[in-house]
Write a protein that binds this ligand. Structure first.
Ligand SMILES: Cc1ncc(COP(=O)(O)O)c(C=O)c1O
Length: 398
């Protein structure tokens, strides 16, 4: 890994990037300009739910591109209408607003909650979010996030977010006041290192928010679209949230996100919300192609089965190398390394042709394509086994 500028790099230096330039992707594999192949368990940060450049998405994009790109968000278009209807048919929500990124969908959720507070709760505007939570990189979504590293940045923050502790109902209860309008959380905190909200906590949170007339907002940008083995993560807890945001997997690799709300919570008036590219037919055509595959029960069952297989293989790996627990659900899993060696492991994995992510120094996160095969998982486990053996030997020598 290096952050030396690329010879022709005019991109802002916003993160450490390896020198490789990626030119092609297919399923679970990526190729760089030198022809090196990489087994990808990052998939654009849990974006490519059907793998790299799936034929279904590519075909939908080509067909739609020849028909109509953008008529204007002030006009209806067929793919947006069809995708919105398909999403409400498969969820507990009634209305959809399409966005271009997860952060934008979450901004919409925050605005919708504040509008609800203005209309129905005497101007209440505070949203209770969670320590460790991640909701995006706009000013409001950074303010809503509970990521420690964000705290000193871009002051002053947007006011109105109070942080509770995940799986601690009392910590939520203590923050509820006349100013509170909503509670917002990820069913599994992804960026924090894959920390699940328990099903019981989600049920208790639903009961508590209902009792106080508060909106429950689930940020399913990482957990939605089949990632956990159900189409939406909230289904595991059998609850009915008021608002949900989707991103990442919904476009299967293209920038599409969505804000969904129940009839009661869906209170935007004309002029409150919009955006030039929102709900454009090109992205919605991709979303329809994705949902057609991911929305099938047989596909979701295969995600559950493959997730259990990966979980089992990671547990065996952990036992062999004296590592910690495996957390998560479906194909959003983390392996606790017990030591802050995540960055070194992903650098070695890259050199060995495997793309992995370490959201926290002591954890590896696995978010492969939802149609990843057992052979690809076995290849990953073998590669990781070799790296961990090397790391263990080096530690013994040191
Ligand atoms: C739970 C969650 N919410 C919001 C976001 C922000 O999405 P985007 O990067 O598309 O703005 C992310 C991205 O990682 C996420 O994981």
């Amino acid at each position: 890994m290096t952050n030396t500028a690329h010879p022709f790099d005019a991109l802002m230096d916003i993160t450490v990037r390896p020198q490789a330039v990626f030119v092609r992707g297919e399923g679970s594999f990526l190729w760089d300009a030198s022809g090196n192949r990489y087994l990808d368990f990052v998939q654009g940060w849990a974006v490519n739910c059907l793998g790299h450049s799936p034929a279904a998405v590519a075909d939908a994009l080509c067909t739609q591109a020849r028909l109509l790109l953008t008529p204007s968000p002030a006009f209806y278009n067929a793919p947006a209408l069809k995708l919105a209807k398909a999403l409400v048919d498969k969820s507990c929500f009634d209305q959809v607003f399409f966005a271009n990124s997860g952060a934008e969908a979450n901004e919409g959720a925050i605005k919708l909650a504040r509008k609800f507070g203005a209309l129905h709760k005497n101007g209440a505007y505070e949203i209770i979010t969670f320590e460790g939570g991640f909701h995006g990189r706009t000013l409001a979504t950074m303010s809503a996030s509970g990521k420690k590293a964000f705290e000193p940045l871009f002051e002053p923050k947007v006011p109105g977010f109070r942080k509770a502790r995940l799986n601690d109902l009392d910590s939520v209860q203590r923050l509820i006041s006349a100013n509170t309008v909503a509670v917002m959380l990820e069913p599994i905190q992804g960026e924090a290192g894959v920390w699940p909200a328990t099903d019981q906590f989600l049920r208790e949170l639903r009961a508590l928010t209902s009792k106080h007339g508060l909106l429950l907002i689930v940020d399913e940008i990482q957990t939605g679209m089949g990632r956990t083995g159900k189409l939406f993560g909230y289904e595991h807890a059998a609850i009915t949230p008021d608002i949900m945001t989707l991103g990442k997997g919904i476009g299967g690799g293209v920038p599409l996100a969505a804000l969904l709300a129940t009839e009661r919570a869906s209170c935007f008036e004309h002029g409150d919300q919009g955006g030039t590219f929102n709900g454009n037919p090109l992205m919605c055509a991709a979303g329809l192609a994705v949902l057609e595959v991911v929305g099938e029960q047989a596909f979701l069952k295969s995600v559950t089965d493959t997730g259990l297989f990966l979980e089992g293989e990671l547990q065996k790996l952990s036992a062999r190398h004296g590592l910690g627990e495996v957390r998560g659900r479906g194909l959003l899993l983390a392996l606790d390394l017990k030591l802050p060696i995540g960055a070194s492991i992903i650098a070695q994995a890259f050199e060995a042709g495997m793309l992995l992510n370490s959201p926290q120094p002591n954890a590896l996160r696995f978010m492969p394509a939802l149609n990843v095969t057992r052979e690809e998982i076995a290849e990953l486990i073998d590669g990781l086994d070799a790296i961990l053996t090397k790391v263990g030997a080096a530690r013994r020598v040191a």
